[in-house]
Design a protein around this ligand. Sequence first.
Ligand code: 5AD
Ligand code: SF4
Length: 439
Amino acid sequence: MKKYNIITYGCQMNEHDSENIAGMLDSMNYIYTDNPLEADLVVMNTCSIREHADKRFFGMLGQFKNIKKNNRDFILCICGCMPQQDRIVEEIKNSFSWVDIIFGTHTIGEFPNLLKKRLETGKKQISIVGDSSKICTFENTRRLFKHKALVNITYGCNNFCTYCIVPYTRGREKSRSLDDVVREIKSLSEDGVIEVTLLGQNVNSFKDINGNDFSDLIREVNKIDRIKRIRFMTSHPKDISDNLIECYRDCEKLCKHIHLPVQSGNNEILRRMNRHYDVDRYKEIILKLRKVCPDIAISTDIIVGFPGESDDEFKDTLDLIKEVQFDSAFTFIYSPRPGTPAADFDNQIPDKIKHERFDRLTEIVNESSLRKNKMLENKIVPVLVDGKSKRNNKMWTGRSEDFKLINFFSKRENLTGEIVPVLIDEAKTFSLDGREDIS
Ligand code: 5AD
Ligand code: SF4
């Protein structure tokens, strides 16, 4: 039996695509191995969001040259966002001749055929351009977890934030139909799934052919018996509606957490990012969310060193973070992406200043995360257990409803997939430690 491995970079959309690709390989009688070096076939599912991702990818690609040299039957496949850019496909074709199959984000469904053709003819197979208006769903997904699942609800993005490559790689936004999504989640729930994460680049703009919006979808998923937790990723502040905010009041299964990328705390920068909201509107949304759901956890994304960002404009971002008190934030150094408008803006910020700002930002974000986490000390929180902790195999690990990473001790075994009450002993910046509450 041939073995396969998939290396996944980037976001949860890619993670889910990899689960689908794994399902296809399982159906073709390949066997999964977690070691790419002992695999007969490796799929690299790539990300283009920042330059760092490009560098890691090309570094890894180089390493497969020797494997191919020693094993001529070894098959290397590249997919995801990178091949959606012509310049990258050219570079792979010219400099990395040992790549066997290249497919894109709209041609995932063609992968089994491309693989068959590669095996029959021994020739390189490339298929990037697919029908981007068609929505493909897949059977036989190989889920990473039995108890939780990622579910695509929208594909692509129409927002064209000036720094972002995604609208060019993932194409125009499309929504699945509410009925289709609900059918999939019902079937997942029958298969043991109790937590679903609804996925899209911009889930709040979900609108299906029958006029159902995102809040309608959440309300329908909330009715599915065996589902206990609903999450979603990612929201755009410009599309947060009062209807959605009210779901936090009405839908008991909707987890008390929202990831709401703000990107900057300065109006001029937000305008030049093409974000379509200002700082006051962002703060108004946070106030409304906290009014309806006082202990909602709020996480965000922030970019530092956007072209032309002055020190005062950067300080506005620090002020916003201090004021909002996020539970956590993903912080990014602006990375020019060829083909996006901001890459051609004047006044690109020197690396040294970007790094200095990044360090100042991280310090304040971390202070805020620790302060928020400390509020959970000595409290009992329900944790959906993902498995044994990788850091300490005597501990279990999982997520609280507000998406905090919780590591804990328990006297019991086989807790994966259970919701366990955990007494929090110690809060740290990125996780919390505790023990199962048996009182
Ligand atoms: N440079 C830095 N960060 C970026 N992001 C997207 N594009 C870029 C870029 N060119 C960040 C945004 C987005 C997150 C997924 O990645 O903060 O919300
Ligand atoms: Fe990129 Fe903006 Fe679309 Fe998010 S909303 S994927 S940041 S263009």
